[in-house]
Design a protein around this ligand. Sequence first.
Ligand SMILES: [Zn+2]
Length: 761
Amino acid sequence: MRQVLWTVGAGVLGVAAAVSAAASGDAPSPPMLGFSAAAAQRQALLEQRFDAQLSPADLRAWLRRMSSAPNQVGSKHDQVNAEWMLSQFKSWGWDAHLETFYVLYPTPKSETLEMVAPTAFKAALREPPVPGDRTSTAAGALPPYNVYGGDGDVTGELVYVNYGMPDDYKMLARLGVSVKGRIAVARYGGGWRGLKPELAQQHGAIGCIIYSDPKDDGYWRGDAYPKGGWRPAAGVQRGSVEKMEVYPGDPLTPGIGATKDAKRLPLNEVKNILKIPVLPISAADARPLLAALGGPVAPEGWRGALPITYHVGAGPARVHLAVASDWSRKPIYDVIARIEGGTYPDQWVIRGNHHDGWTFGAWDPLAGNIALLAEAKAIGGLLKTGWRPKRTLIYASWDAEEPGLIGSTEWTEEHAAELKKHAVLYVNSDTNARGFLDAGGSHALQALVNQVAAGITDPEMGVSVRRRLRARLEVNGFEKGAKDEAKRLAKIAATGGDLPLAALGSGSDYSSFLQHLGITTLSLEYGGEDDDAGIYHSRYDSFDHYLRFGDPDFAYGVTLAKTAGHTMLRVADADVLPLRFAAVAEAIGRYVKELHQLADRERGRSQTLETLLDADAFRLATDPTRPVGPPARESAVPYLNLSPLDNALVRLKRSAAAYDRAYDEAATAGLDVPKARLDDLLRGMEQTLLDAGGLPGRPWFEHLIYAPGRYTGYGVKTLPAVRETIEQRLWSQADRYSTVTAEAIDRYSDRLDQAARLLRR
Ligand SMILES: [Zn+2]
C-alpha cells in the first residue's frame, strides 16, 4: 500500500521547460544541520563513499529474484525472500534475525459471483496471462479477494453506489434508492477501499462488490497493459478492507505483539473486521452486471468509461455473492538488522519497507525494498573501512503490510516500551519509480529533508531533486484550475524557501511508529512519471511491467537509496539531532486556522436532517454498542472555544523560533553544547503530542496532530480529535479536545524551552 503525498500532475515537458527557464536557482544550503563545521565535512565525504557503492545492477537483480514468484503473506516465496534477506544482511556485516508473529490472515477457500436475473452471467474472478509478462503464467497466487471481508452467501438486488463514499450515500438518498437488504457495487477510487464495504454495511447492505472502472485506471487513462501500463479489462485490484482507521495490525491482538502465546480476542469481539462478504472484480466482470441495472440514470459524476448507460438500480439485476475463507493464523517474518552505535548505542535510527506483495509485488513493495537493501549493503561497506555510526541503526523489512500494516504494527507493539525510550527516527518507503521526490512526515524533519534533497542530483534532469520538485510545484500552481493547496505550494516553491513536508495519514508502515508511539517519522518515495495505477495490487504488478513503466535503469532506485541513506546517516552521526521547529509551528498554525474556518462553516449550517444523520453515523461508527435510534439533538447555537489552541500556538511559535535561534548561535560557535542531555530532550519530543486516551472512538491512535481520517481512510486529518468532532457537530467533545490538544502543544513547547536553555548555556 502507499499514499501519494505531494500531489503532482504536470507533464514532464512542462517541468523540463520550467527547470531550464527558471531564473532563480535553489537557495544555497545552510550549514549541515546537527553537525559542527569540521564534522560536516567528514559527513559529506562519508556520503560520497556511501553513494559510490550503490549499484543499479544490484537493484535489478534483487528485484528480479524477489518478484519471481507470488510473495503474499503465508506463501513459500514470501518466507524465502525473508530468509534470503536475512543472509544478505549478515553477509554485509549486520547483526540480523527474523522476528516471527502469528496473525489472523484469512485466505479465500471459495468465491462465487453470478447474476441470476434478469439474465444469467457468471463472473470469471481471475486474471489471465498477458503476452510478454513472464510471471503472469506462474502458479501460486491467491485469487483476487479483499482480505478481512466477512464470510457469507447472499443473493439480492444490485445497487450502484459510485465510489461508495459518504457523499454518494447522500446522493442515493436524494434519488430515493437504498442499499438496505441489497448488494452494493462500488467502483475503486474516491477514497479508501475499506470504507466502501464498511459504509455499505452501515447502510444495511448484505454484500459489497468493488470493481475497477476503466475511467479511473484503465484504457480511458492510457493504453492498457501490455501495450501501455494501464489496467487491462480483466485486471483486479486486491486489497485489505480491515478497518485500519480503528486500529491496524493483527485484528486479534490490538495494542500488543502477536507472539505465539499472546492473549487473543475471540473473533466475534474483533472491532476492525467486517461482517458482510466483499469481492473485488475486474471491469470485464462488472460490465454485464452494471449493464443490467435499471432505475435512475446515474448522475454525471458517477459515470465511468464502460460503453453502457450507467444506472443506479436497485435491480432488476439480482446477484448471488458467496465468499468463504480459511480463518487460520499464519506466521509472518519481519527481517530485523542492526548495527550498534559507537557513541549513543541507546539511540535508535530505524528504516523500514515491507516485503510482502499481493502477487509478485515488483512495484509495491519491492521497488522500495531494493533501495533499502542497497543502503544496507553500502552501510556494510562503510563498516568494513572502520567507520561505525554514532547512534544505532536498525533496518527492517516488514512482512504482512498489505493485509493491515501487520508486520510493522506487531513489532512496534511488541517493543513499544523500548522504542518509546530509544527510537529517534523512523524512515519508511513502500513503492518507488521515476519522477519526483514525494516526502511526508513530522515537520521537525522538514529542514533536514530539504538539506538532504538539495544534495542529491536527479538522474534525468541533472539538477537537485529539490530543484526539480520546486519547478514542478511552481508549474502545478500556475496551471488553470489549480487547487488552493497547489497554489500555496507553488507560492512557497517560488520564494526559494524550504519545501513543505506533507502531513501523514496512513496506508503504509509508518502508522504505528508515528500515530501509536509518537516517534519522529518520515516517508519517502519517488514517482509521478510512471504508469502504475493500472496494475496496483494485481497479478500484473510484475518485474516485466516495472522494467517498462517503472524505473527501467533503476536510476531512481539508486536515488531513493541516496535520499533515505543520507537521511539515516545524518541522523545517526549528527553531533546534535538535526531537528528544527519553525516548520512545526507553521504547520500547526495552518491547521488551527483551518479549524476556525471549519467551525465557522459548521456553526452556520442549519440543523438539517442531513447534518443530524451525519452526526448519528459518526456516533454509530465510533461507538458500535450504541443502539440505533433517532439522532440526539444538539443545541442550535453550539458553544465551542478554540482559544486554548490559539494560545498554545502563540507560545509554540515563540518557543520554536527561540530554539532555532539558539541552535544557530550554538552551531556558529562550534556546537559546544551538552549533547547527550540535549538529545534526551529532543528524542522524546514527538511523544509529548500523544494522548494516552487516543482519538474519539479509536484509542489506538494517540497522536493529536496527525491521523488517518475516520471517513477518509488513508487521507490525513490534522488535529484530528478536534477536527472530526467539529465535522460531526459534537460540540462539547470538540471543546474538550481543543483543551486536550492545546495541552499537548504546550508540553511540546515546554520541551523546546528546556532544550533552548541547554543550547544557550
Ligand atoms: Zn506497499
